[in-house]
Design a protein around this ligand. Structure first.
Ligand SMILES: [Zn+2]
Ligand SMILES: [Zn+2]
Length: 136
């Protein structure tokens, strides 16, 4: 059983979890570009009940492309993006992989929302690419 931990930039929010992510993916959606300030975000997707979160977060809700409410959670102190939950998969949580204390063991499996991938970003890892959300 893998155990992992992580937190925000300032340390006010910390989390621990166990198990392996069900999925690790690159997300090229416009919202992730805005939120991360980068070209994409890397997220791990796993059951909510394997993750314990401590510290205050603030939330920002948007209606996702599929009509589900998507809630992004940030550290209330430093604003670091940390978590994403969606009405579309209420039993699961996405964690921003860059917030892990050690993200080196992850194995990203796919790229999603490549329809909005920035043209100057080259993908040559051979992983599956989906123009929209992952196919379930
Ligand atoms: Zn913080
Ligand atoms: Zn995204």
């Amino acid at each position: 059983m893998t155990h992992f931990s992580g937190g925000c930039l300032c340390g006010a929010v910390r989390y621990v979890g166990k198990g392996k992510p069900e999925l690790t993916f690159y997300c090229h959606c416009v919202d992730c570009q805005k939120e991360s300030g980068g070209a994409f975000s890397v997220e791990i997707y796993l059951e909510r009940n394997v993750v314990t979160i401590e510290g205050d977060t603030v939330e920002y809700d948007v209606e996702g492309e599929t009509g589900n409410r998507v809630t992004r959670e940030f550290c209330a102190v430093c604003g670091c993006p940390l978590f994403l939950v969606s009405d579309g998969y209420p039993e699961h949580i996405c964690i921003k992989a860059g917030s892990l204390d050690d993200a080196s063991w992850l194995t990203p499996e796919m790229h999603i929302y490549t329809a909005s991938k920035l043209p100057w970003l080259q993908i040559n890892d051979g992983l599956p690419q989906f123009e929209g959300d992952m196919e379930e």
